[in-house]
Design a protein around this ligand. Structure first.
Ligand code: PLP
Length: 372
């Protein structure tokens, strides 16, 4: 099986597996325990926190370990629902992952406003600037890169606007971290990430919050994570997260992603040429080097392509993993103004660091073959 669904989850890389095994086999203590075994685990935890903070450019104490990005994102919306006045609005981009959108709707109801996006899948910065002139939401949430289209969002620009108006800014950087340099992310007020998107294990992630800020926990109990998230930390998966990120950052530092972008671009170009009627979503915008969202030719529904490719030995997706299995048009493509009859024809190909040029070429050949 050739895997083209890295945006759903990526295989665990050797560096992460090694770090996980090392902690699991040698460091069995609870990091909150006072004995030596506990202290040794606490040292690994502190070291991991320092590494992640150094990558993002923030203070280690600003990082809270979580069970993944769904938890981290729910923590943010919950925190603002608790601390903000009863009439406060939250502004979230219309293309956020459901764990941001649905939790914002859950906590804020009609006070959750959707920030529109352009037809190319970019959050409308002018809308934010205009609305800010006479209103202040309690939080603006715009992801760093979209999981379905791969379109990179102007998070730095939006963060600067929020700073000017003293409005907290949150970016879900799940698809961005480990693929793109994360310089500057640590300056955003709230940032979330998940290890399994860049070669770490599933079930571990983090939330970065402003330095020395008060935070209302979502999970109550023990005083772990500075009283901001109760529950014994999974030290082995946390060590694996930072080992994976460190390895990915080295690859990014060597610009290894640029070659992979060329392979993806070549696939796109040839697909458009050899399979008439296809369209690449957000084609004119800066996008993650690994992602292609394609509208397949008229008359073909996305699940047919996914199933046919599956039989041909390729794992691809209809969009985000959480909506797989449904043939409803994606909320991301709908927000971009694509008609439901067009949006139901979208298929997402997402490669990873391990994907080779030959695999992109094999995917192209398979698509051409199975269309007939
Ligand atoms: N945010 C984005 C942009 C995602 O792509 C995902 C997963 O697909 C999540 C959040 C949820 O992450 P997790 O699986 O760690 O809960």
């Amino acid at each position: 099986m050739i895997y083209f669904d890295y945006n759903a989850t990526a295989p665990v890389m050797p560096e992460a597996r090694e770090a996980w095994l090392n902690v699991t086999e040698k460091l069995g203590g609870n990091p909150s325990s006072m004995h030596q075994a506990g202290t040794r685990a606490a040292v690994v935890l502190a070291h991991s926190r320092e590494k992640l903070a150094a990558s993002m450019g923030c203070h280690p104490a600003d990082i809270i370990w979580t069970s993944g990005a769904t938890e981290a994102n729910n923590m943010v919306t919950h925190h603002f629902a608790q601390k903000s006045p009863a009439n406060a609005e939250i502004w979230v981009s219309a293309i956020e992952h459901p764990c941001v959108l649905d939790s914002a709707l859950h906590y804020f109801g009609k006070r959750a406003r959707l920030i529109p996006v352009t037809s190319e899948g970019i959050v409308d910065v002018d809308w934010i600037t205009q609305e800010m002139t006479d209103k202040r939401p309690c939080l603006v949430a715009v992801m760093a890169a979209n999981n379905e289209t791969g379109v990179i969002q102007p998070w730095r620009e939006i963060h600067a606007i929020c700073q000017a108006y003293e409005v907290p800014f949150f970016t879900d950087a799940v698809q961005f971290i480990g693929k793109m340099p994360c310089t500057g992310l640590g300056q955003c007020d709230y940032v979330s990430g998940a290890a399994h998107k860049f070669g770490g294990p599933r079930g571990v992630g983090f939330l970065k919050i402003p330095h020395r800020s008060q935070f209302t926990p979502l999970l109550w109990g023990g005083k772990q994570e500075g009283g901001r998230r109760a529950g014994t930390e999974n030290v082995a998966t946390i060590a694996a997260l930072t080992a994976a990120l460190e390895a990915r950052e080295k690859q990014i530092g060597r610009s290894e992603h640029l070659l992979r972008k060329l392979w993806r671009d070549n696939f796109e170009r040839e697909l458009l040429r050899q399979l008439p009627g296809t369209m690449v979503v957000g084609a004119s915008q800066p996008r993650l080097w690994n992602t292609v969202s394609v509208i397949m030719p008229d008359g073909d529904r996305k699940l047919q392509w996914v199933n046919r490719l599956d039989k041909a030995g390729f794992a691809v997706s209809t969009g985000s993993a959480c909506t797989t299995g449904k043939e409803d048009p994606s909320h991301v493509l709908s927000a971009m103004g694509l008609k439901p009859t067009i949006a139901v024809r979208s298929v997402r190909f997402s490669a990873g660091w391990e994907t080779t040029e030959d695999e992109w070429l094999a995917l192209l050949a398979a698509l051409i073959k199975i269309q007939r």
